[in-house]
Design a protein around this ligand. Structure first.
Ligand code: PLP
Length: 410
């Protein structure tokens, strides 16, 4: 008899996006002529940069000739040329030394973040922000680090750190001792960013408690404020207590191409029974190379092109399109009297629902009156109730039309 892993039965049925889809379809069935605009998706809309396309085409041609053909990369951790470009552009330029064997290229930050917990013991206490990117929670449920969910959807055994207007949506380190901490800045869904001083508090906490921070920096390219750190390693001591996750998905429109990387510093230590220190980097390397055989050469060649002079400029102008959307969304909503957060250093706008309307109540209002779909904040955790997420990833035309409808009809 085949037995299922019962941890998977604790997961709540995917609720948020299926429910959004259900309400959208019901509206469409009742209003067949309405043209719905989505401001809910976390996916990009602008095409790949020409420099990336050119590099990928060239790489395809190289693969077709015996003398330039390439097989497996360096044990599946990524080609040296891409790691070199990352080390120089993403880190050295910010005063951070990251060696090539601290970088692991992969096909996505979602899988990296989901997989990383696997090399840590089941008795670690996990801390996440509330609202939260669901991957951090669900992968720990699957692993068996939690009990079941309560009525609000919070799992027994996880420490939730509320992100509210009072703390500017940046959680403070908890009073209790936790072992693995998930932080995401710039944040999805709130659009909040953490200052150097705020991240330094976290680094101090992690070092004092021998904890490890999982730092999700998938949106670092959207930071415009020069004082906001792009990498947690800009904080002294972070290489002793943090793993960083990056992705080309939002930075360079790679959501359908697939390329990302994790940085696991060699100084990073976790403990075996009896407090024996264990280096995390080789353990992650062992895990990565056992279960993964690398990202395609063509994709890695495309990712490396993001760092060439034209690539940088082209990627920047695409991000500028999204951030102009974000600015327009914030300005328009503020002029209508809404309270909005985010949208300055992140492609997400976190809107406070007016007059005590619930997140789902606002979803229905927006859909019915403006034919616009967004994401109810409550879907990201109980502290998200009373908030609503809009994304800036639409086309400028759609964003303008959506805002016109909100202005005229809400
Ligand atoms: C989009 C996103 C990622 C990137 O995921 P990929 O698997 O690299 O496409 C990571 N973290 C957050 C919070 C995201 O929103």
């Amino acid at each position: 008899m085949a037995k299922i892993n019962e941890n998977f039965l604790k997961l709540q049925a995917g609720y948020l996006f299926p429910e959004i889809g259900r309400r959208k379809r019901a509206f469409e069935a009742a209003n067949p002529d309405a043209e719905i605009i989505s401001m809910g998706i976390g996916d990009v809309t602008q095409p790949l940069a020409p420099a990336v396309i050119e590099a990928m085409k060239k790489a395809v041609d190289e693969m077709g000739r015996a003398e330039s053909f390439r097989g497996y990369d360096d044990g599946g951790t990524g080609y040296g040329f891409l790691k070199q470009a990352i080390s120089e552009n993403d880190y050295k330029g910010r005063g951070v030394d990251i060696e090539l064997d601290e970088i692991f290229i992969s096909d996505g930050a979602k899988c990296d973040i989901g997989n990383m917990q696997e090399i840590f013991g089941l008795d670690n206490v996990i801390a996440v922000a509330d609202p939260v990117y669901p991957v951090y929670v669900d992968t720990n449920v699957m692993a068996g680090r939690t009990g079941g969910p309560d009525e609000e959807g919070s799992y027994e055994g996880i420490v939730y750190m509320p992100c509210t207007e009072e703390n500017n949506f940046v959680p403070e380190p908890p009073d209790e001792k936790v072992d693995l901490i998930y932080l995401c800045f710039p944040n999805n869904p709130t659009g909040a960013v953490a200052t150097k001083a705020q991240l330094a508090e976290w680094v101090d906490y992690a070092r004092d408690n021998e904890a490890i921070i999982f730092f999700d920096a998938a949106y670092e390219a959207f930071i415009s404020d020069p004082d906001i750190p792009h990498s947690i390693y800009e904080i002294d001591g972070a290489k002793e207590c943090a793993i960083e996750f990056r992705s080309f998905s939002k930075t360079a429109g790679f959501t359908g191409v697939r390329c990302a990387f994790s940085v696991v510093p060699k100084q990073l230590i976790a403990y075996a029974k009896g407090r024996d220190p264990v280096e995390v980097n080789p353990i992650w390397g062992r895990r990565h190379c056992t279960k993964f055989n690398g990202v395609s050469y063509v994709t890695q060649a495309g990712a490396a092109a993001v760092y060439c002079a034209e690539g940088k400029e082209q990627v920047r102008s695409t991000i500028d399109i999204y951030m102009a959307n974000a600015r327009l969304i914030c300005e328009t909503l503020r002029s209508l009297g809404y309270i909005v957060y985010g949208g300055v250093n992140a492609p997400y706008i976190w809107l406070k629902t007016p007059d005590g309307v619930t997140s789902w109540g606002f979803f229905d209002m927006l859909l019915n009156k403006a034919h616009v779909v967004g994401t109810p904040g409550a879907g990201f955790g109980s502290a998200g109730e009373g908030y609503f997420r809009l994304t800036a990833f639409g086309t400028p035309e759609d964003v303008k039309e959506a805002l016109l409808r909100i202005t005229n009809n809400l």
